[in-house]
Design a binder for this molecule. Structure first.
Ligand code: PMP
Length: 355
C-alpha cells in the first residue's frame, strides 16, 4: 500500500483512475479509445462541455464567467495574462510570496511595468504579507492563493478595487471560495482538478472585454473563448481525466464538503507536528497551507533516514522542494484522512526511535 503525498502531479481517486483506464480502452461503448477520437466529434465535444460545466457548477460561477481548458500549464498563463492585459506604459501589481509569484512577475516585465506591492521575502516566505494600499494606477493585481513550495496560503484575499488575477494552481476547488470576487483565475490541473496537461482559466466577461490588443489567436483569450477551448486541438485526454475527477468531487459534496475534510487532514498533521520536539514547521500559524504542509527536522543529519523510514511504511512524495529542502506533505482532495494518520504515526514512531 502506498500513501501518495506528491505535490503535483499528485494523487487521484482510485475510482477516477479506473474510469480513465476504461475510457482508454473503450469510451462510451464506442469501441474506440479516448486517445484516438477527433476533438470535433460528438464524444469529445460532450467531454469538453461537461468538463466546463462541472467547473462552473462546482465553483458556483455567475453566468458572466468563461471557462477554458488550455495547454501550456500555469507557466504559460504567467505570460499570457500580461500579454493580453498589459501595455508598455501600463503597470500591473504583483504580490511576492515566493517562486511562482516571482515567475509571474518576471513574465509581466516583458509586456509592461511590474510593481511588487507586498512581499514576504524578508522572512523566507514563511507568511502571507499584508497588502496596504496601492498608490499606482494599475491594470490588475496578481497574487498566488497557495504557495505550493513554501506551504503558505491566503485566508483573507487582498481585494482592492482593480481587476484581481489569481494563480490558484494548488488550491482551486479545495474549499469554499467565492470565485466571483476575481476577474481571472488560472490553475494547472495536476493537483486538485485532474491529470497534468490541462490548464483551467476562468475569466469574467467584463475583464475579457477590456482586452484591446491585437494578438496571434493562440495567445488571445478572446479567440479561445470564441472557440470554446477548441481553437486548436485541446488537451483531450487531460480534459477527460478532469471531467471524471470533477464528477468524483461532485459526488463527494463539492468543494464545500471536501474543504471540511481538507481542514481536518491539515489540522491532524499540524497538531502532530506542533506536539513534536524533533520536527518543526516554519510557516506562521495564520498563513499555514491546508494543501501543502512543509516541515523540517531539527537534526538535519536524520533527514535522509526519515525519508527512508517513511518510504518503508509506504509514505511517498514527502521530500521537500529542492529550494526549501526538508519535507512537504501535500494533502490534495483525493488524499484520505487515513493516509494523513499513517504519516502522523510515521512521524511519531520516528521520534520515539530518536527520542
Ligand atoms: N503556480 C503554482 C502555485 C504552482 O504550484 C505551479 C506548479 N507546481 C505553477 C504555478 C506552475 O505550473 P505548471 O507546471 O502547470 O506550469
Amino acid at each position: 500500500m502506498k500513501y501518495n503525498f506528491s505535490a503535483g502531479p499528485s494523487i487521484l481517486p482510485k475510482q477516477v483512475l479506473d474510469n480513465i483506464a476504461a475510457g482508454i480502452i473503450n469510451i462510451e461503448g464506442s469501441e474506440l479509445s479516448i486517445l484516438e477520437l477527433s476533438h470535433r466529434g460528438p464524444i469529445i465535444q460532450k467531454v469538453r462541455n461537461e468538463a466546463v460545466s462541472l467547473i462552473k457548477e462546482l465553483c458556483h460561477l455567475p453566468d458572466d464567467y468563461h471557462v477554458l481548458y488550455l495547454q501550456g500549464g500555469a507557466t504559460t498563463q504567467f505570460a499570457m495574462i500580461p500579454q493580453n492585459f498589459l501595455s508598455v506604459n501600463e503597470k500591473a501589481a504583483y504580490i511576492d510570496t515566493g517562486v511562482w509569484s516571482q515567475k509571474a512577475t518576471k513574465a509581466a516585465s516583458y509586456y509592461g511595468k511590474d510593481v511588487t506591492v507586498a512581499s514576504s521575502a524578508d522572512e523566507d516566505y514563511s507568511y502571507i504579507p499584508e497588502l496596504g494600499g496601492i498608490s499606482d494606477n494599475v491594470r490588475y493585481l496578481h497574487f498566488t492563493s497557495n504557495n505550493t513550495i513554501y506551504g503558505s496560503q491566503y485566508t483573507n484575499y487582498p481585494l482592492i478595487d482593480v481587476p484581481i488575477v489569481v494563480d490558484m494552481s494548488s488550491d482551486i476547488l479545495s474549499r469554499s471560495i467565492d470565485y466571483s470576487k476575481f476577474d481571472l483565475i488560472y490553475a494547472g490541473a495536476q493537483k486538485n482538478i485532474g491529470p497534468a496537461g490541462a490548464t483551467i482559466v476562468i475569466i469574467k466577461d467584463s475583464f475579457l472585454k477590456s482586452i484591446t490588443k491585437e494578438l496571434p489567436s493562440i495567445y488571445d483569450y478572446r479567440a479561445h473563448v470564441k472557440g470554446d477551448s477548441m481553437l486548436n486541438t485541446p488537451p483531450v485526454f487531460a480534459m477527460y481525466g478532469c471531467m471524471l475527477n470533477l464528477q468524483w468531487l461532485k459526488e463527494q459534496g463539492g468543494a464545500e464538503a471536501i474543504g471540511q475534510k481538507n481542514k481536518e487532514k491539515a489540522d491532524t498533521l499540524y497538531s502532530a507536528l506542533d506536539r513534536s520536539d524533533l520536527f518543526v514547521t516554519k510557516v506562521r500559524k495564520d498563513s499555514r497551507s491546508q494543501m501543502n504542509v512543509t516541515f523540517s527536522i531539527t537534526v538535519p543529519e536524520l533527514e535522509e533516514e526519515f525519508l527512508n523510514f517513511a518510504a518503508s511504511e509506504g509514505v511517498v512524495g514527502i521530500k521537500g522542494h529542492r529550494l526549501t529542502k526538508g519535507f512537504r506533505a501535500s494533502l490534495y482532495n483525493a488524499l484520505p484522512l487515513s493516509s494523513v494518520k499513517v504519516l502522523v504515526q510515521v512521524v511519531q514512531h520516528f521520534e520515539q526511535k530518536h527520542g
